[in-house]
Write a protein that binds this ligand. Structure first.
Ligand code: MRU
Length: 359
């Protein structure tokens, strides 16, 4: 594994287990997902501002990974406080900064709120105790996510028929989580059960998470993967070349409406039209129980140049107006089931979501 720019000989083993992020020697180390699959470059972050920018620029991306990075960001900020600084006002500043990084993934806000609760419990206990408690909580969020993904994989693998061709969108894999992945966790678990599965990865314009990250991640583990452009999915479904669709999620409302990478909604409509199962795999930390439906999910609009360019290359007029919503919302009625760490939620989704929340 090439370890450009890390300057730490002990990191290789740790990072190869958890490729998206690792806490090492008081810093947050991220693999730069903008550079994959061409280069495995690691960034060592030591300030809250660096963590916030890494989330905004998508050095780290994927709902659970964003939440974990933000949690470590808060731990980092407090652990580096200078003597005499006011932890209360500094924590609030760090919190606001990280809160504003990306608007759609619920896991970001969920993780920040969890860290805030720990701050409130420990803020009077002395700076040393506070630092330890925040770091321990960030670690717990990371470790729990890995465990949760494995459970999602176990439940999800039951739904995958022998010999299935699984279509997926974006990257909901180890790179988007603490490791293992949600949608790709199900793929991994099915493969571990010796089901002869194949994956069709949509390239996922404009940021190409499918072409760059999902393909890289699956190829590394020798899980058969074929790349398609996003507009090929319907044709392949009509020819019987897809068995089911499985995607991750950024935010799920109480009725099952699901925000995920732009293009997910189109795939759900196509799957319904062709009578194919459409599964969402997500941890409970992705659910926004305050939202009755998806209409109130904030959808991030990203920079126009992501669409005007293919990688660095300009593919249109430099000033053409562009729309770049980074996510869409798939109505719950188009979703066959949601796979969580507490089990599979079938239809009607609103009832299953209510039950699982209280379990
Ligand atoms: O813009 P991104 O790359 O952060 O979007 C990621 C997705 O849409 C994923 O499908 C989602 O976060 C689930 S990751 C387990």
């Amino acid at each position: 594994m090439e370890m450009a720019g890390r300057g730490d000989a002990g990191l290789e083993e740790e990072v190869s287990m958890l490729p998206a992020l690792a806490w090492k020697n008081g810093a947050l180390v991220l693999v730069d997902q903008r550079r994959l699959p061409w280069k495995e470059e690691y960034r060592t972050l030591t300030t809250v501002e660096q963590v916030a920018r890494a989330i905004e620029d998508m050095v780290v991306r994927g709902a659970p990974a964003i939440g974990i990075a933000a949690a470590y960001g808060l731990a980092l900020g407090i652990s580096n406080l200078k003597p005499g600084a006011d932890p209360e006002s500094e924590f609030s500043r760090f919190y606001q900064r990280l809160w504003r990084t990306r608007p759609t993934a619920r896991n970001l806000f969920w993780a920040l709120e969890r860290m805030k609760a720990v701050f409130e419990e420990n803020k009077k206990a002395g700076l040393g105790r506070l630092k330890k408690a925040l770091l321990a909580e960030a670690r717990a969020i990371e470790e729990e996510d890995l465990e949760i993904n494995r459970k999602i994989g176990e439940y999800g693998a039951e739904l995958i028929p022998e010999g299935a061709t699984i279509l997926t969108h974006c990257n909901a894999g180890a790179l988007a989580t603490a490791g293992y992945g949600t949608a790709l966790g199900v793929v991994r678990a099915a493969q571990a059960r010796k089901k002869k599965i194949k994956v069709l990865a949509c390239e996922t314009r404009p940021f190409l998470q499918g072409a760059r990250l999902t393909v890289w991640e699956l190829a590394r583990e020798r899980i058969p993967v074929t790349l398609i452009t996003d507009n090929m999915a319907g044709w392949l479904m009509s020819r019987g070349e897809v068995s089911l669709v499985i995607v991750g999620a950024d935010r799920i409302a109480r009725n099952g409406d699901t925000a995920n990478k732009i293009g997910t909604y189109s795939l759900a409509v196509l799957a319904r039209n062709h009578g194919l199962p459409f599964y969402v795999a997500a941890p409970l930390s992705t659910f926004d129980f305050r939202l009755r439906s998806g209409v109130d999910i904030p959808i991030e609009e990203r920079k126009a140049d992501e669409v005007r360019r293919f990688g660095r290359r300009l593919i249109t007029l430099p000033d053409v107006p562009v729309k770049n919503p980074s996510f869409d919302v798939t109505p719950g009625q188009l979703i066959t089931a949601i796979i969580t760490e507490k089990g599979v939620i079938g239809t009607p989704l609103f009832r299953g979501i209510r039950q699982i929340r209280n379990r």
